[in-house]
Design a protein around this ligand. Structure first.
Ligand code: AMP
Length: 427
């Protein structure tokens, strides 16, 4: 036998029954996002590398260390998307949305790619579901998106989640805060890692999310952005808290939260889970305001707010059981002989057309084995159809739970007897 080929490290296959839990989560998200006025956007998985370098920031870990970047055959530098906000902002401009509508609300779902160190809940290909709203500067929009997530996670029964909010400032606040960080970190420069020494000159805010222990210890006492907010930004932050309070959405102020992507301005938030299934990766959702990104990508000044959550992490937090959600066949057609199999295949086709979940046994295996398999699949009924039954025009139907059996006419199987009852039952 040839050597088997494994999947790429950090990239997972999702098989049934686990995929049923994914589908449930995706369907719930689609329903909730739609109710809040968000329409789905699908963008390419691959973008020009420059989009992420300009949008997310060269000195972030995501751009500096984690991107899957390659040249195509025409020597263009392309990158597998590490997140979707930059792609959404690109599409927003490319399709002329700023001139077409005052407010744009999009949601998305799909795989993202980051070359990160792997742990429970941290992968190199992972799925995000997220939303972006362009065109609204007011804090009630920030609160509405956090409330939308609260509604979704409540519907999914994810308990123990807390929204942590902060404000990293914008414009002049950021300039003052940056100066305060430089003043604080400069005397510690010799003890910082090489990356952070570079960040001190280029982008000191990024020192706050360095994962090196020594840098984290120094950053623990660094100045916090809320102390540098202007009156306008402070009023926005107060407005967000008042709106969350009025809706009864639980939240916590987290003055150290800065998020690891450069485009954030003003509000930032994360939703963290208390579930031990997540190991060290307790952040399920990350998001915030990015009022400068569209302009930075060549568009008009456009306020914007968005978030993304990790599907794998949300499922871990839910303790999702795909097996419990997998559809069981209402009817299993056990067959013996080629002619019976052909008839059973046609009968199943007709029954599925009327909404039943039906599975046909196409292999020539013993009847006992077929009944065992029907039991394992959790089928409600089994109809055993052999060439003998076909000749008689009558087959036997067994109710698997009670083992009660009754004959049915093959020609009118769907019109009378248990299959007719099954078809008449609301599903
Ligand atoms: P970010 O795009 O970094 O703001 O991340 C948003 C959310 O995506 C996080 O809160 C996680 O739930 C999820 N996420 C980010 N990176 C990974 C990863 N490597 N593996 C799994 N989930 C991730």
């Amino acid at each position: 036998m040839a050597d088997a080929i494994a999947s790429v490290k950090g990239m997972n296959d999702i098989l049934p029954p686990d995929s049923a839990a994914w589908q449930r989560l995706e369907a719930a998200a689609r329903g909730v996002f739609t109710a809040y006025g968000y329409g789905e956007i699908r963008t390419p998985i691959v973008e020009h590398t420059e989009l992420f370098a300009r949008g997310i920031g060269e000195s972030t870990d995501v751009v500096g260390k984690e991107m899957y970047t390659f040249e195509d055959r025409a020597q263009r530098s392309l990158t597998l998307r590490p997140e979707m906000t930059a792609g959404c902002a690109r599409a927003y401009l490319e399709h002329g949305l700023p001139g077409r509508e005052p407010v744009t609300r999009w949601w998305y779902g799909g795989p993202m790619f980051r070359y990160e160190r792997m742990q429970v809940g941290r992968y190199r290909q992972f799925w995000q579901l997220g939303a972006e709203c362009f065109g609204v500067a007011e804090p009630t929009l920030d609160a509405e998106q956090i409330a939308m997530l609260h509604a979704l996670f409540s519907q999914l029964g994810i308990a123990g989640l807390t929204a942590c909010i902060n404000n990293v400032g914008s414009g002049d606040d950021r300039v003052r805060y940056r100066e305060a960080l430089v003043t604080y970190f400069t005397p510690h420069a010799a003890s910082l890692c090489g990356d952070c020494r570079r960040r001190l000159a280029q982008n000191p805010l990024r020192i706050l999310d360095c994962k090196v222990d020594g840098c984290r210890a120094i950053a623990a006492d660094a100045p916090q952005p809320v102390a540098y907010l202007s009156d306008g930004t402070r009023a926005h932050f107060d407005g967000l808290q008042a709106a969350l309070g009025e809706m009864g959405i639980p939240y916590r102020l987290e003055p150290r939260l800065v998020r690891g992507l450069d485009y954030y301005t003003g509000t930032v938030f994360e939703i963290v889970s208390a579930s031990s299934a997540l190991g060290a990766q307790t952040t399920v959702v990350g998001g915030g305001r990015y009022d400068g990104l569209v302009e930075q990508l060549g568009g008009p000044p456009t306020p914007a707010f968005g978030f993304a959550f990790g599907v794998e992490r949300a499922l871990l937090a839910m303790g999702a059981d795909g097996a419990a959600l997998t559809a069981k066949p209402a009817l299993y057609l056990a067959t013996r002989g080629a002619a019976a199999r052909q008839r059973a295949t046609a009968l199943a086709q007709a029954l599925r057309g009327r909404g039943l979940v039906v599975e046909v046994e196409h292999r020539e295996v013993g009847m006992r084995a077929q009944f065992k398999r029907a039991e394992k699949l959790g089928s409600t009924w089994v109809l055993a159809l052999g060439d003998d039954e076909l000749a008689k025009g009558e087959a036997m139907v067994r109710h698997m739970a009670t083992r009660a059996e009754q004959p049915v006419s093959i020609a009118s199987a769907a019109a009378s007897g248990p299959l007719a009852e099954l078809l008449a039952t609301p599903r």
